[in-house]
Ligand binder design. Structure first.
Ligand code: SF4
Length: 431
């Protein structure tokens, strides 16, 4: 790259243009800054561009080198696809009266050499959510066949009609294509009140949740009925409790315990995983005794003071999620964190130190570096952060952690048993 990409702006009607008088900046925390050329990669397939109403992009004047606003239109950001982690946010100034942005990620984007560029890193080789990997006709056939096969199963009905055909959930689409990770939502309720919850947003908030929360409690029989055949027949099979269309699965631990026991009576294949807020280490212990293989605990931070104002837990505390990771580790299970990456918060020196401590304390196996789908201004205001402190950069943080913890895995998705027990670097091409 001979120079930084040019800034992008929109005319407010969905048309995007480059402003060749400005090089685009990135954002970290509350700060806009020029970036190293190495930060930029071509916009990956499946990535999208968003115009940000009532927001002006911040760039570096090509001639003067001064930082200034683009007055030609609204700012533009990218919603990068899964498997890629954003290293800088889009830099813009929010004008008075601007509405809160919906629950997507807003990665820095620019234009260079007739192409769109973003600040991101491919963190995961696994192809399970590559947009071009989804075959619509196979999905439709799968939905038709499995709705017939499990006509009385409310969970399969939910996965078909809501998750697959309405929300276009990649996990549900993979299930109906008979491959890889199969979702098992189970809980209509939650014991946390996350600011950016994707399944429930309080009335007083102006943004909406991206999917509706499950409205019923499935039985262990309903769970076992469709998950055993998936584990038996799918390549690299995983069944995962804890999905975006439900509350907290640990609130359903009795049902999940019965389901896991029953599943393992029928098959030893694949991995049984739970995506959770990790709030109840006792319940986690019971699930490990039943046969749970893997846990992914979601968190926006390894620091209690940043975690608590975001999760607003009802009847648990930050240390409970740490305990849940330790419990699974003590059973020899696979432990991941679903780490919401927010440039300027995640890569602050304080967060880096807290994460090192968490990794050592819990014997953590994997960090899933997930893009934080939230309006940056809204998030920082809600958790009352005015100064994020000194930052080291997301890429630098990953490098330092990898050097200090060489066996610690990085990725974006829950690994299959084949990767956990075998060659972790394998990818699923051709499966
Ligand atoms: S833990 Fe999950 S379901 Fe519960 S409030 Fe947070 S995001 Fe929503």
């Amino acid at each position: 790259m001979k120079h930084a990409p040019y800034l992008l702006y929109s005319d407010g009607e969905g048309h995007i243009f480059e402003d060749t008088s400005l090089y685009v900046c990135g954002r970290s925390g509350w700060d806009a800054m020029p970036l190293e050329n190495e930060e930029w990669i071509k916009l990956p397939k499946g990535g999208q561009l968003y115009e940000l109403p009532n927001r002006r992009g911040i760039g570096i004047d090509v001639k003067s080198g001064e930082m200034r606003l683009c007055e030609k239109g609204w700012a533009v950001a990218s919603f990068i696809p899964p498997a890629f982690t954003g290293t800088y946010l889009a830099a813009y100034e929010t004008l008075p009266g601007a509405e809160t942005l919906p629950l997507f990620c807003y990665t820095a984007a620019g234009w260079y050499n007739e192409k769109f560029y973003v600040t991101a890193i491919r963190i995961e080789k696994d192809i399970r959510q590559e947009s071009e990997g989804f075959d619509e006709s196979k999905i439709e056939q799968g939905v038709e066949k499995l709705l017939k096969t499990y006509r009385h199963n409310r969970l399969v009905q939910h996965l078909a009609n809501n998750c697959c055909l309405t929300y276009h959930c990649p996990a549900a689409r993979n299930y109906f294509m008979g491959r890889w990770e199969c979702p098992v939502p189970s809980s209509p309720a939650c014991n946390a009140n996350c600011i950016g919850c994707i399944s429930f947003q309080p009335q007083e908030e102006t943004i909406t949740s991206t999917q509706d929360r499950l409205q019923f409690k499935p039985t262990a029989e309903e769970i076992v009925e469709y998950t055993v055949p998936h584990l038996e027949t799918a390549p690299f099979p995983i069944v995962s409790f804890g999905q975006g269309c439900e509350g907290e699965p640990l609130l359903m631990w009795q049902t999940i315990k019965m389901a896991i026991k029953e599943i393992r009576k029928h098959t030893q294949k694949g991995s049984i995983n739970i995506n959770t807020n990790g709030s109840d280490p006792k319940a986690v212990k019971t699930l490990c005794e039943a046969g749970l293989n893997s846990i992914r605990v979601s968190t926006n931070s390894a620091r209690e003071k940043i975690y608590t104002p975001y999760y607003r837990p009802n009847n648990y505390e930050f240390n409970d999620i740490v305990e849940s990771l330790k419990v699974v580790n003590s059973f020899g299970g696979w432990t991941s964190i679903n780490y919401f990456v927010f440039p300027g918060m995640t890569d602050s020196v304080e967060e880096y130190e807290a994460l090192r401590k968490l990794i050592k304390e819990t014997g953590l196996k994997m960090i899933q570096w997930r893009n934080f789908n939230i309006d940056p201004d809204w998030y920082l205001r809600k958790i009352d952060v005015t100064d994020t402190g000194e930052c080291i950069g997301i890429r630098q943080m990953m490098t330092l952690l990898q050097e200090e913890f060489p066996t610690l895995k990085f990725g974006y998705f829950n690994p299959s048993m084949e990767r956990i027990t075998g060659n972790f670097e394998m990818d699923y091409a051709g499966s």
